[in-house]
Design a protein around this ligand. Structure first.
Ligand code: THU
Length: 160
């Protein structure tokens, strides 16, 4: 257990400490920040996911004047992959954020709804997704599987 976060994770202080494939995934999530549409919150989120076939899918948050319709970056990326490929396994998901109003000192955690959706994708593919969380500091928090962030979950095993 790490001292800063009360869940199982690895903390990196530079991209150089990670494999080049993951470095590129995190950089592509950062590039997505420019495409985020967040005129209401001014909170910009980028997400990129890597499939085991090497394909990468991207997402960024998409807001709406009718606030409940806003869609998170993670789900834009996940649903994009689901709509684009029939059989696939997600290896890794990088999430980053920028909040010019009050620059972020901590990594961006996925919201509860996105945790639930990430879990559904893990159950579909029967394997864990490695999460790489970053923001505006240099820290990268790596988490092996969504159960770390969503323990005791509601999931499909509870349904008929
Ligand atoms: N947001 C994400 O894109 N992902 C998250 O996991 C947390 C929140 C977005 C939604 C909204 O556009 C903005 O951040 C502020 O909540």
């Amino acid at each position: 257990m790490n001292s800063k976060y009360n869940f199982e994770c690895q903390i990196y202080n530079s991209l150089d400490e990670l494999d080049s494939e993951i470095q590129e995934l995190i950089n592509s999530a950062k590039r997505q920040l420019k495409r985020a549409y967040a005129p209401y919150s001014n909170f910009y989120v980028g997400a990129s996911l890597l499939l085991d076939n090497g394909n990468i899918y991207h997402g960024c948050n998409q807001e709406n004047a009718s606030y409940p319709l806003c869609m998170c970056a993670e789900r834009v990326a996940l649903y994009g992959a689901g709509a684009s490929e029939s059989e696939f396994t997600i290896k890794a998901l990088a999430i980053t954020a920028s909040y010019p109003t009050k620059p972020l000192k901590e990594v961006c955690m996925p919201c509860g709804a996105c945790r639930q959706v990430i879990q559904e994708f893990e159950m579909r593919q029967n394997s864990k997704i490695s999460l790489y969380l970053t923001s505006e500091n240099n820290e990268i928090v790596a988490i092996q599987g969504i159960e770390v962030l969503l323990p005791h979950s509601f999931n499909k095993d509870l349904l008929l």
